[in-house]
Design a protein around this ligand. Sequence first.
Ligand code: WTA
Length: 645
Amino acid sequence: MHDTCKTEAAVPVNPAFKEQANIQHEHLYTLAAHDPQAYWNLQAQKLSWFTPYHAVMDGTFAHARWFAGGTLNLAYNCLDRHMPYAADRIALYCADELGGMRTVTYSQLLEEVQKLANGLKSLGVSKGDRVAIYMPMISEAVVAMLACARIGAIHTVVFAGFSAQALADRIQDASCSVVITADGSLRKGKMLAIKNTVDCALERCPEVKHTVVVQHSSLACSMDLERDIWYHDLLADVDAVCAPEPMQSEDAAFILYTSGTTGKPKGIIHAVGGYAVGAASSMELVFDVKADDIYWCTADVGWITGHTYVVYGPLLLGMSQLIYEGALSHPHQAITWQLIDQYKVSILYTAPTAVRMFSQWGDALPHNYDLSSLRLLGSVGEPLNPQAWHWYYKHIGRERCPIVDTWWQTETGSIMISSLPSIHAMKPGCVGKPLPGITVELVDDLRMSVQQGTGYLTITTPWPSMMRGIWADEARFRATYFPNDRYDRYVSGDAAHVDETHDIMIVGRVDDVLNVSGHRIGTAEVESAIVEYIAVAEAAVVGKPDAIKGQALVAFVLLKDGYAATEELAVGIKQQVVASIGALARPDEIIFCADLPKTRSGKIMRRLLKDIVQGNTLSDVTTLANQDALALVAQQWQHAQQELR
Ligand code: WTA
């Protein structure tokens, strides 16, 4: 694999942080290396099990079973078990763009979760049923997930920025019988009528028998008397006690859809026991959690980061955290710093795209606020480039707070690679080393191990929070993640670089998955949305480097005969993508072309389009069938760039 990577010099961690770190991790690495099962047993013992497991791990790598025979409940572990000592501790500080703020204690959360759990039961939901959640970042979203967990229903949270069509696709794939939503969601100063989106989606989903609607705005909201019920009405009439369902460790906890190389998004399945162990142990290790921490992870619950490091991880540890409904740019550009100052946030976990956005707004803004409560900074979702790293370190962490750059995926369930500041120095741009119990290896095209240099990032031994499959698609699961004949390793889809001190730098995806503002978007999904547009014959989507978003989408579009390339058409195509997937997948540029570069067998050569938009010299063109098309596309691209300037 082509190797142009070079890692930066290490930055030592502030000695005061190390001295105060409450976990000395070295022995965990030693234990995990010598006896992984003993290590995971140690981590699992920190949870409450109703019945003990009889084995830590058994089965094959692709179908490993963790803590088999054990029963537990995620909601019980997040709430009930903290009651004796933390009933009045604030679980959630809920803030929003309008300046609203509410607090929810652990006992209040437990009460509401039990009521909603009983409410769901009264609607006919039982263990194993699927419930879709389409919600803003409000406490009820957390309640909804935990209420499902309490009764053993499998939640599938869909980010509320996804379109009606994308929501319907997920509801249908998972055969959800109930949807939990709200009448509105606040975003960039606007209250979006998301219940309308749900209504629109449900026109295609007759299997949905009920929707539960949180009244969150003053928007008019049409309610179908047979199907829809207000959240507050549902909770008014139910018993306040709901015993937690004892779940088998290997029972499914949730499904979360994510983009892949081909076809529709994949429903990634996670299992109760292993997921809980991965979430709790990684949370504790990476964030060096202390009893008085106020934690803020800026992810939405619609993504895996919101699942593991907003809902389950922090609550499993009984932490206090801030959640924010809205965009980090609203109501003003300093809102992030204002909230950290106001709530005395000690751990901030955010995405590189946000860091780059903050840095573009200038160095002065964060210095107008008291950020002395911060003690640790985190990053996730895409490479935190050295420039952004240094800005985050200097202007937010004030060269006092270490940064943990954490690599993981929807599929891995919890953080796999991150430096641990109490023992490692940090390298800007690097994610560091695998956590205890996680073994990774880079391999080249011939599957040979790469000890130093660049290769495909693979994981070589099972871990508890690994995905248990793709919903209703075993063949795709095997082919995507365990493609080797011997199924001996998990293939992540990322390329990475490892240096002389074994620090890992993530290079990026090696497949056709793009990363726009930390969101995974499959080129195939966007392309199929574009070709739904009446005028379009063919489309190819590639990523171009973007200073803030990391990558931006560029769509090369071939029109059907009789259609002319106009600005209106470009707008129409973009709207089509927003309608099919959501605004997060809207292409930045539409380049109309007379033909697309193809192989002799007719496959579009995206690799060459990528070279063009990234300004690289063209890679191998021996299989290209239509040289002229490539030259024309390159011209069109140049022309479009000149117009943009
Ligand atoms: C990318 C998000 C660089 C990577 C938790 C991975 C990262 C994909 C990092 C998973 C990081 C995640 N540095 N790249 N620290 N963390 N990625 O499923 O390409 O939304 O495969 O999970 O994001 O995205 P997903």
